[in-house]
Structures are given as structure tokens and as C-alpha cells.
Design a protein around this ligand. Sequence first.
Ligand code: ATP
Ligand code: MG
Length: 299
Amino acid sequence: SPAVRDRLRIAIQKSGRLSEPARALLASAGLSWRESRDRLFCYGESLPVDLLLVRDDDIPGLIADGVCDLGIVGRNVLAEQAGEREAAGLPVVFREWRALGFGGCRLSIAVPDGWDWQGPAQLAGKRIATSYPNLLRAWLRAQAIEADIVVLNGSVEIAPRLGQADLICDLVSSGATLAANQLKPVLDILHSEAVLAGPVTPFVDARAELAELLLRRMDGVLRIRDSKLLLFQAPREALPQVLQLLPDAEPPTVCPVEGGETLALQALCHGVMTWQRLEELKRAGARGLMVLPVERVLA
Ligand code: ATP
Ligand code: MG
């Protein structure tokens, strides 16, 4: 049975694509640590929530072993290791708790530039290099395709040029790495982003309340990530057109400006407020537009 603990321990990537955004997210949820960047362990100060800084590949296992309670890791890593445990007949004791909206990428099939891509059936009998054998195997099985999987732990994109494989299945974000290796992505087998991972079974000690507090705060942070408070004035008759341009806004607060037909409005908008949107609002009759950052929301 799991050890009883009164502090929550979260594993995050020590250094890499997810480490800075993961720390920033936890910090905006109100966590702070007595930290030194190169240490493995950060002791939580504002709340009894500590960080363990590790390789991203170790995160699901740390949760499975109960060494850590939660982790921030790519869905690709979590899903691959879930598949690995299933294949080995082990119980999958971790799962995705929340998608976090950063670290976006796709696990894609990429073929040499010269291929005339016709569809998945073309993969039959081919050698596919990947670091995600379990995800690839599951996908191939679902497509009823038989192909050879060549497992590589790094530099997957050079495998076709080295003659180790005919094509690859790898993570892609911009596609620049693939292009530099004369490969092109032809289909995505997984859409990934950073996720909060946690155990399948709920905590039974003080960690339950801590995890709930943290989740509530993180949800608040994620909900208002792009949110802005929009302040402006508009003539009463322009209001319908102006509000039509704000479909992502909460019902606005509207007050009369003294001595006229002008209204002052304040609206919490959840979508990105670009210059272009402001210009459209102005054309619809809005004046004195002001976009304010939203730091915290407690519903
Ligand atoms: P570690 O040393 O912790 O093992 P790593 O080299 O395995 O690091 P990173 O390259 O930092 O890991 O990537 C971490 C995660 O970032 C990936 O698992 C994936 O979820 C996400 N990611 C986003 N874009 C990309 C991309 N273009 N290539 C690889 N991973 C990406
Ligand atoms: Mg790794």
C-alpha cells in the first residue's frame, strides 16, 4: 500500500522543452520553492508541494512507483509508456489528468520526399524507425498493416538516409527537422501536448486536498491564459455590432457615461485580442479601447 505523505511531490522535466513552461504554470498557480536550478529537488515554500527535476522519460515510472504523486510530461511519453506497461502485462496506474496547452507536437509518419504518398496501405512490409514502438504498433494494428518497427532512441530522422529504415514515425512541430532530412510528414498518429499526469486511484491522505487545491488553481490559470479585460466606450446604437465582434466575451458590464448616449463597457474576453480585432471593433463604433491583463480569476 502507498506510503502516507502530507506533502505533494510533482515531477517535471529538469531541462528541455517542457521545463520552463511547467515551472511557469506551477508558479502562476501560486507555488514557490526554495530552489537552486541545478538541484534535483525543490522544496515547496508557499504550499507543501515539492518538485523533483528529472528526465521526462522517467516521469510516468516515478508516478507508477509512488515516488512522485503528479508529473508534467508530454502525452506522447505518457501514452507510449502506458502501452509499454500494457504490453508487459503490468497495470497502468497513471493517467492524464489535464491537458496543459503547451509543448504541442504531433507523432507523425514521415516518408522520403520522393515518395508519392497514396495512404497507409503503402506502409505494408516497410521498415519504420521510431522511438515510440508501442504507439506505432497499436496504430498499425488498428489499420491492419504489417510493417517492421525499428526502435531507435535518438536521431530517428537520419535512419532512412543511413538505410536503417524506409521511413520514420517521430515527433514533429514545425517540420523543419524533417525537411532538413528530406522527409515529409504524411499523417499524424497522435496529437500531443504537455499534460498533468497523476495516479488512476485517488489519494487517501493529505495529498488529496493538496492535489484538489492545485487542480482548481491550475484550471483557473488555464482558463484565463489568453483572457483580457477589454474596456471601451460606444454609442448605444453601435452596441449590437460591437458585441457581435465579441463572441468570446462574458456578458459585459455596461454603464452610461454621464450626459449623453454613450455607454462605457467592460468585458472579459477569452480569445486572443489582436490589433486586427481592435481595429474591427473601432470600425463598428467602439472608442477608447483598452486591453488589460487578467492576473487571477476566482469564480
Ligand atoms: P529529457 O532529457 O528530459 O529526456 P528529451 O530530449 O526527451 O528530454 P525534449 O526534446 O525536451 O525531451 O522534449 C520534451 C517533450 O516536448 C516531448 O516529449 C514532446 O512532448 C514535446 N515536444 C514539443 N515539440 C517537440 C518537437 N518538435 N520535438 C520533440 N518534442 C517536442
Ligand atoms: Mg526524454
